[in-house]
Design a protein around this ligand. Structure first.
Ligand code: FES
Ligand code: FES
Length: 159
């Protein structure tokens, strides 16, 4: 075991970990942050997506021991004071959730995209989300949710 400090959702967590533990394992099994999902475990589905220094990353293939000093954001850190983040609210409003298993990963990727580009085209949204698989929705509603967030952000900025 090694001692490590991980900065997750604005809080430092002092942990004892094994060298081969992934970030996903630490989140779910050590910290009980189960909003980040285990899908494939092989870097293919995006269910385990979190933001590391603002970039969407699959936490199932990141070794926790390499992440000291990184700013890690999980789905649990996205809402504030009991209020959904606008991206989360747009997923609800657009009906972009069915079983919901892919949703945390979709939200994390969408957050990173909108942070870099507040007005992405449909093509850009699909490109950003190509590493996030959904077995239920057919993606149309998910794209709509991202577009809805962008539109609301623009309207808020103008008002
Ligand atoms: S669980 Fe990590 S990419 Fe599928
Ligand atoms: S809503 Fe079920 S996998 Fe996407």
């Amino acid at each position: 075991m090694r001692a490590i400090t991980l900065h997750i959702n604005g809080t430092d967590h002092h942990l004892e970990i094994e060298d081969n533990w992934t970030l996903l394992y630490v989140l779910r099994e050590v910290l009980d942050l189960t909003g980040t999902k285990y899908g494939c475990g092989t870097n293919d589905c995006g269910a385990c997506k979190v933001l590391v220094n603002g970039e969407p990353k699959n936490s199932c293939v990141l070794l926790a021991r390499n992440l000291e000093g990184a700013d890690i954001l999980t789905i649990e850190g996205v809402s504030h004071d009991g209020h959904l983040h606008p991206v989360q609210q747009a997923f609800v409003d657009a009906g972009a959730i069915q079983c919901g298993y892919c949703t945390p990963g979709m939200v994390m990727t969408s957050l990173a995209l909108l942070d870099q580009d507040p007005d992405p085209t449909e093509e850009e949204i699909l490109k950003a989300l190509e590493g996030n698989l959904c077995r239920c929705t057919g993606y149309e509603k998910i794209v709509e949710a991202v577009q809805l967030t962008a539109r609301r952000m623009r309207e808020n900025a103008e008002s």
